[in-house]
Design a protein around this ligand. Structure first.
Ligand SMILES: *Cc1c(COP(=O)(O)O)cnc(C)c1O
Length: 383
């Protein structure tokens, strides 16, 4: 079956007890066992380890990414934390995309380094740079593509091939494009990480995360961390995310069409210095964007003529666009990464990887594109 059918039906079935078409929110701590000998016969013992509502979402995400299994987490960061904990020991090393979500960078540099884990933040858009970063003690490659916030792309197949040569798992953060547009496992990756907070939820309602694995063995490793560290997703969040999944394709299509229209508008505007959107011919990796994904997504960034001051004035004054962190939801958001999402990445590192002070990030929502453009036009013209 095609994606749009699977996003609605995969992983769920009418409740066997009542026929309820929606999977119930199994709000319970524990599960009564039939007998000591039949412990875990129904698969559930305690809601830190597994919960039926969460399990339904795990089945759906497994199906949509084409994996073997999936483990859901309290947040996207808990999902990334689980991947790092599952595959890295003290004295071992990981290669991580030099542009990534600010929280990922912070978790590596300010938490895992305290326990003797080593990192190289490599330009993963360059397979040679990844290859030369690999050491004898490298145990994981973690890439994010498109990367937050610069949208730099990593060639998933090329990096997966390098990982395979070295027998190292390659985990891809697929938050920005979702499996509707990009399926890393089909391109050779071993693990897919998501902040379900973003497009799977799609309504600014929850925080959540997921890791979809190519094999049962990889899934067991992340699930063990989920249970051991107590970072499972809550049943309410899983339930809301199950509903969000059902409209994923429709939202992704419309939001990315809106983003394309906005990127084109910005590219032609005299007050705009620079625009970046993978769907634009001017995007430096436009060819890769077209070959490894079936859509360009709904994230755009630009710089206003006049730099930081002009950018701040625009973000403070623009109508409709809410000044907020988060992305992927139906509400359009405008974000200043240097102050907000990437404040914990030090200035030199930000400069090195192209997160400029004047960078304005757009998460394009589901409103009418003409209204979104008109609001930006008013704010640009006022500047
Ligand atoms: C938001 C985000 C995360 C972190 O997810 P949370 O749900 O906020 O913990 C990780 N990766 C990317 C690409 C993100 O955008």
């Amino acid at each position: 079956m095609r994606f749009s059918t699977r996003q609605i039906h995969a992983g769920v079935e009418p409740d066997p007890l009542t026929g309820s078409i929606l999977t119930p929110i199994y709000q319970t701590t524990t599960y009564v066992q039939d007998s000591v000998d039949e412990y875990l016969a129904k698969g559930y013992s305690y809601s830190r380890s597994a919960n039926p509502t969460v399990r339904a979402l795990e089945r759906k995400l497994t199906n949509l990414e084409g994996g073997n299994d999936c483990t859901c987490f309290a947040t996207g960061m808990a999902a990334i934390n689980a991947v790092l904990l599952a595959f890295l020991n003290a004295g071992e090393h990981a290669v991580v995309s030099d542009v990534a979500y600010g929280g990922t960078h912070r978790l590596c540099t300010q938490v895992f380094t305290r326990f003797g884990v080593e990192f190289t933040f490599a330009d993963t858009s360059d397979p040679a740079a990844v290859r030369s970063s690999i050491r004898a003690n490298t145990r994981l490659i973690l890439t994010e593509t498109p990367a937050n916030p610069t949208l730099k792309l990593t060639d998933i197949a090329a990096i997966s091939a390098i990982a395979k040569e070295h027998n190292i798992p390659h985990a891809v953060d697929n938050t920005f494009l979702t499996p509707y547009f990009q399926r890393p496992l089909e391109l050779g990756a071993d693990l897919v990480v998501h902040s379900t907070t973003k497009y799977f939820d799609g309504h600014n309602a929850t925080v959540g995360g997921a890791v979809v694995s190519r094999t049962a063995e990889l899934d067991e490793a992340t699930r063990f961390i989920q249970n051991s560290t107590g970072t499972i997703m809550s049943p309410q969040v899983a339930w809301l995310t199950l509903q969000g999944c059902k409209t994923l394709s429709v939202r992704m299509e419309k939001q990315s069409a809106n983003a394309a229209a906005i990127a084109e508008f910005l590219e032609g505007h005299p007050k705009v210095e620079r625009v970046c959107y993978p769907g634009l011919e001017s995007f430096p990796q436009h060819e890769l964007a077209s070959s490894q994904a079936s859509g360009y997504g709904a994230m755009v960034w630009f710089e206003v003529v006049g730099g930081l001051a002009a950018g701040k004035a625009l973000m403070d004054s623009v109508e409709i666009w809410a000044l907020a962190e988060n992305l992927g939801a139906v509400e359009s958001l405008i974000t200043h990464p240097v102050t907000m999402t990437h404040a914990d990445v030090d200035e030199a590192e930000r400069r090195r990887v192209g997160i400029s002070d004047g960078l304005v990030r757009l998460s394009v929502g589901l409103e009418d594109a003409d209204d979104l453009i008109a609001a930006l036009a008013v704010a640009l013209d006022a500047g």
